[in-house]
Design a protein around this ligand. Sequence first.
Ligand code: NAI
Length: 274
Amino acid sequence: MKNNLLKGKRGIIFGALDDKSIAWKVAKQAHDEGAKFVLTNAPIALRMGSIDQLAKETNSKVIAADATNMDDLDNLFKESIKELGGKIDFVLHSIGMSVNVRKGRSYYDQNYDFTIKGMDVSAISFHKVMQAAWNLDAMNEWGSIVGLSYIAAQRVFHTYNDMADNKAVLESIARSFGYHYGVRRNVRVNTISQSPTLTTAGSGVKGFDVFYRFSDDLAPLGNASADECASYTITLFSDYTKKVTMQNLFHDGGFSFMGMSEESMSNYLNSSKK
Ligand code: NAI
């Protein structure tokens, strides 16, 4: 699909680790839609992942930045403006990590150093990215900033652990910074609340395959794929959504508004005790 939706736009895409990453799919589609952008990830992810392949395919430069480090972010925005030849029109924050989840600590047995690190990487980094851009006045008017979230910000999902709190903070930052960025700079800020998606971060959650099947059964349109998430993200970067801001937008096949589906009901009928 090529509609030149992002023709002439300049962006920064955080979080493409490998070809399963949601950010990877966004980069591919943004390229197809005519955008120029810089790819970025934490230095360690650049060594482990396959971002160079994506850079080649999309004719883009890779600039390392730990999204929790203000000096890295300052350098990233300055260098991106130089590389792309002007201010930035869109930013994708596609970053998440919980140390408690990685180390197998349950929600009622947190190591708070892990909790704070995970919060910094998964949520506060969204604020840091925006503050770095704000300080440099790096965003063009009518620019668009998007972060990726999950419905565990509103509802409890067994084993999603402290990532639920991180996502709630992420969505709150989108609203709060969205206000300031909107009223002073005409820049919009939103989060997309995406279906469970088979990626490295997704598969790190214990019982992820059950999460995946449960929401796929319940959602009338089924789970949204990473590619579909990328298409939705492109619309938010395009000029067709200029007045959408401070929103958490569910992109989940209808899962968020379901109670009981025919499929789930029949699963229970078949398994109910007589
Ligand atoms: P992924 O593992 O491909 O992407 C996560 C990215 O975060 C990686 O590229 C990783 O290197 C990056 N990252 C971690 N620490 C960083 C740091 N300090 N600085 C810069 N980058 C850092 O997984 P996925 O699924 O594409 O995740 C992208 C976003 O989508 C995350 O916010 C995730 O929580 C969210 N999401 C994912 C869902 C899923 O089921 N996979 C569902 C809903 C939201």
